[in-house]
Structures are given as structure tokens and as C-alpha cells.
Design a protein around this ligand. Structure first.
Ligand code: NAD
Ligand code: ZN
Length: 372
């Protein structure tokens, strides 16, 4: 529970605010985007209740939230895992701690904090113990099983929330909290070593544009695969050595093999495309690794067993990152090795962001300003 909650003077104008043992005055209601059923209207509420943090939670005044393709999957309800309903989506939230539960010791009021997809986990199961926290069967998922960051105030388990240094640009760091951590972990999972080629499908989108930069910073040679002139330009400006337009090429596999002198040592799939996965089993270098990150609805990863065995390739899944990956991924950002190619719009624009995302028109990442 909160340490103390004392109401402000009871003048009618102030009745809708609570003071939470701090210099922060937290309103009782706030702006939020809510949907009541999957694919239902995205309702812009101005009177959504501000949640109260549990003993082990912090309450974050979310300043900015990235919009991840996962949020679109959550709204559609197209994965075999039900969302809570009604739901406030969003899981790339960066903001200021304005209240904390009685058991929280790792955050002070006024600290900057990041809310991630993995909001909480049990920390004591077999998977948590070995750092595979996202595989915990009690995992709490922000913007999916727990109300997320498309609101002005959101709660997170303090032990999993990300520490953000003061003076950080909160809009810039927001996409790191899912996209950044996820692609950094996927690159580690690929086991590619400095000097080796890594192909990134979906390279011009939110995860992909960060994957190029993490790959480069890790000494790898990124080859970007996506479509359109704007994405080609972005990918090259971020450090891709080669860009291949999957819609413009007549033989994607041959072009990738030629550009990488025999195929990339690793492939990171963030494209929301089943077809992209199958063709990569042909172009990946013998003994190479394919890492599945993007999760197209109902997709199956197809791989010819003969090819798989004879080329001795590895196909692995990679799901966000643990607390250690979070610290490391944020550190790359803080040291200026990666930056987020963002477009900032108001919370009320979420529906149009989803429309663009659906059509594959987003270059980089959209970030929502929760105040408008
Ligand atoms: P996005 O919409 O920003 O980017 C997807 C990109 O893929 C677009 O640029 C699109 O043009 C490109 N693309 C589509 N088909 C392609 C193809 N055949 N070849 C190459 N590129 C293609 O999406 P995002 O926010 O980057 O998310 C991508 C996926 O990753 C989503 O499915 C999301 O749910 C998933 N995701 C997974 C994890 C995880 O932990 N595994 C974490 C975050 C997001
Ligand atoms: Zn995400």
C-alpha cells in the first residue's frame, strides 16, 4: 500500500487530486486510450481512473510511450493469448516516479523510470532463476494482461521497471524499452561475432531500425531488408551496409547471398511476415542462426529438414530481454551508440498510427505524448 495518502485541502476544485506523500500531486483521473473489446473503438478517455500502486509497484507519470507492433496485435487480439479487457495498451513508457508502494526501495520519487513489456515475474521459478524471466508462467505483461502506457499514469513492479538516468530525453528512450531491449537480446541470441554479417528483416520499422544500430555497435555487419525509398534511406543512414528491397528484387535469396559472400551468419526476423522466415532458411550461411522475433498472427516457421540438417542451421526464438539485458541495452543508448528515429504525436492519434502500421508505412517508430 501507499505509505500515506493525505487529501489536499477539501476545496471543491481540489477534490479530484490526491497527494501521495510527496511533492507530486496526482490527479484521480487522467487521459487514456482504452478499448473494451478486441478491434473495438479506441476510446480517448479524459476521466480514466489513475491506478493506485500495490506495495511492490511504482506509479509512473508516463511522459512518452512508443507504439510497438505488439500493441496492434493486442488490439486485434490475433495471438493465442487473451488480453485483459477493457485494456489500456502500450509498453514502451518513459516517465517520472510520482508514488511508490510501501515495499519499494529501489526507486525514489522523482526518479526517471521505464515501463517495459515484462511488467513483473515471480523471480523464483526455474526460468526466473536462470534469467529467462519472460518465460515465467506468472509473467505480467504491460499493455496486455496489465494496463499499459497509453495513459498518463501507469503502474509497474519496481523490481522489473527500468532505471533511466536523469537528463535523459524521455521521448528518445521510450522505444528502447521494448524495441531496443528486444533486438539487443536477439542479436546476443544469434551468437554472431564481430565482423560477421547479420540480416535484419523489417529493418525500416521500429525494432529493425534499432537492430541495425545495435548490430553495428556490436561490431556486426548489418544487411537491411525492407521496402521503399524512405526505409532504404533510413536504414543506410543508421549503418546498414546493404539495403535490399524485398518487393523490388526478383531473387531475394540470390541477392542476399551475393551481397554477403555466401549468406549472412545470422538473420534477425522482426518483419511481421511468415514468408520472410521460410526464404531465410535458403539464404542463411551454412552453420548460421535464424532468430525469430516478429510474430505474424497464425504464422508457422517452415524449414526443409534436408536443408536444415545439411546446412546445420539453427532456428531460435527470442522474447524481449531480462533485467540484465535491459541495463545493457539502455547503456548502449546512454553512451550515444543508438538513437531512436521517432515521430512524436499526441495520445489521441493512436488510431491513425495503427492505420499506418497496418499498411507498413511507418518509417522508424511513433511515440505518443501522453498530454495531448
Ligand atoms: P513495424 O510495423 O514497425 O515494422 C515491421 C516492418 O516489417 C515494416 O517496416 C515492414 O515494411 C517490414 N516487412 C513486412 N514484411 C516484410 C518482409 N517480407 N520482409 C522484410 N520486411 C518486411 O513493427 P515492430 O514494432 O518493429 O514489430 C515487429 C514485430 O516484432 C511484431 O510482430 C511485434 O509483435 C514483434 N515483437 C516481438 C518481440 C519479442 O520479444 N519477440 C518484442 C517486440 C515486438
Ligand atoms: Zn513491443
Amino acid at each position: 500500500m501507499l505509505r500515506t495518502i493525505s487529501r489536499l485541502a477539501s476545496s471543491p476544485a481540489r477534490r479530484n487530486f490526491i497527494r501521495l506523500n510527496s511533492t507530486f500531486v496526482v490527479p484521480r483521473t487522467q487521459k487514456a486510450i482504452v478499448f473494451e473489446k478486441n478491434n473495438g473503438p479506441l476510446l480517448y478517455k479524459t476521466d480514466w481512473p489513475v491506478p493506485t500502486p500495490a506495495a511492490d509497484e511504482i506509479l509512473v507519470n508516463v511522459k512518452y510511450s512508443g507504439v510497438c507492433h505488439t500493441d496492434l496485435h493486442a488490439w486485434h487480439g490475433d495471438w493465442p493469448l487473451p488480453t485483459k479487457l477493457p485494456l489500456v495498451g502500450g509498453h514502451e513508457g518513459a516517465g517520472v516516479v510520482v508514488a511508490r508502494g510501501s515495499a519499494v526501495t529501489n526507486f525514489e520519487l522523482g526518479d526517471y523510470a521505464g515501463i517495459k513489456w515484462l511488467n513483473g515475474s515471480c523471480l523464483s521459478c526455474e526460468f526466473c532463476l536462470k534469467g529467462a524471466e519472460s518465460s515465467c508462467s506468472d509473467a505480467i505483461l504491460t499493455g496486455y494482461t496489465h494496463d499499459g502506457t497509453f495513459q498518463e499514469y501507469a503502474t509497474a513492479k519496481a523490481i522489473h521497471a527500468a532505471k533511466i538516468p536523469k537528463q535523459t530525453d524521455l521521448a528518445q528512450i521510450a522505444p528502447i524499452l521494448c524495441a531496443g531491449i528486444t533486438v539487443y537480446k536477439a542479436l546476443k541470441t544469434s551468437t554472431a561475432t564481430p565482423g560477421q554479417w547479420v540480416a535484419i528483416t523489417g529493418a525500416g520499422g521500429g525494432l529493425g531500425s534499432l537492430a541495425i544500430q545495435y548490430a553495428k555497435a556490436m561490431g556486426l555487419r548489418p544487411i537491411a531488408i525492407d521496402t521503399g525509398a524512405a526505409k532504404a534511406e533510413l536504414c543506410k543512414s543508421l549503418g546498414a551496409e546493404v539495403f535490399i528491397d524485398f518487393k523490388a528484387t526478383s531473387d531475394l535469396s540470390a541477392e542476399i547471398k551475393q551481397a554477403t559472400h555466401g549468406g549472412p551468419h545470422a538473420v534477425i526476423h522482426v518483419a511481421v511476415s511468415e514468408a520472410a522466415i521460410e526464404v531465410s532458411t535458403d539464404y542463411v550461411r551454412p552453420t548460421g542462426t535464424i532468430v525469430l522475433v516478429g510474430m505474424p498472427a497464425g504464422a508457422v516457421a517452415r524449414s526443409s529438414v534436408f536443408n536444415h540438417v545439411v546446412k546445420a542451421i539453427d532456428i531460435k526464438g527470442s522474447y524481449v530481454g531480462n533485467r540484465e539485458d535491459t541495463v545493457e541495452a539502455l547503456d548502449f543508448f546512454s553512451r550515444g551508440l543508438v538513437s531512436s528515429p521517432i515521430n512524436i504525436v499526441g495520445l489521441s492519434e493512436l488510431a491513425s498510427v495503427y492505420e499506418k502500421m497496418e499498411k507498413g508505412e511507418i518509417v522508424g517508430r511513433y511515440v505518443l505524448d501522453t498530454t495531448c
